[in-house]
Design a protein around this ligand. Structure first.
Ligand code: FES
Length: 122
């Protein structure tokens, strides 16, 4: 139901994979299944290693993407979410720009996931 394109200096070229409806996996699990080297460590929303930037190809149909308290708190600590983005996420169901790949579930929409692939943040 959704094309997810991974883009990174670590990849020779962008990789687009098709996420199957009902799969309900996270961006990180999709990346791992397709051998896309998104860095990760805890896989539990605690460390921030898996920080990625998510672009929505069709902004008008941006789906509400659940932002857990845990993900929100860590993004805050990392300085990767603004007050406005928190408001938009909580009130308007608009997803913020940066996400934790281990916490962010793939939905029925086409997205581009950008990551650096080293210890620097995207
Ligand atoms: Fe630690 Fe995602 S792997 S926050």
């Amino acid at each position: 139901m959704a094309n997810v394109t991974f883009s990174s200096p670590k990849l020779a070229k962008d990789v687009t994979v098709y996420a199957i409806a009902g799969d309900r996996g996270t961006i990180l699990s999709l990346a791992k299944a397709h051998k896309v080297p998104i860095p990760f460590d805890c896989q539990d929303g605690e460390c921030g290693s898996c920080l990625v930037e998510v672009s929505h190809l069709s902004p008008t149909t941006k789906n509400a993407i659940a932002l857990t308290e845990k993900e929100k708190e860590l993004l805050k600590q990392l300085g990767k979410i603004t007050k406005d983005e928190i408001y938009d996420a909580e009130v308007n169901d608009m997803p913020p720009r940066y996400r934790l790949a281990c916490q962010c579930f793939v939905r029925h929409e086409d997205i581009v996931v950008t990551f650096q692939g080293d210890d620097t943040v995207p």
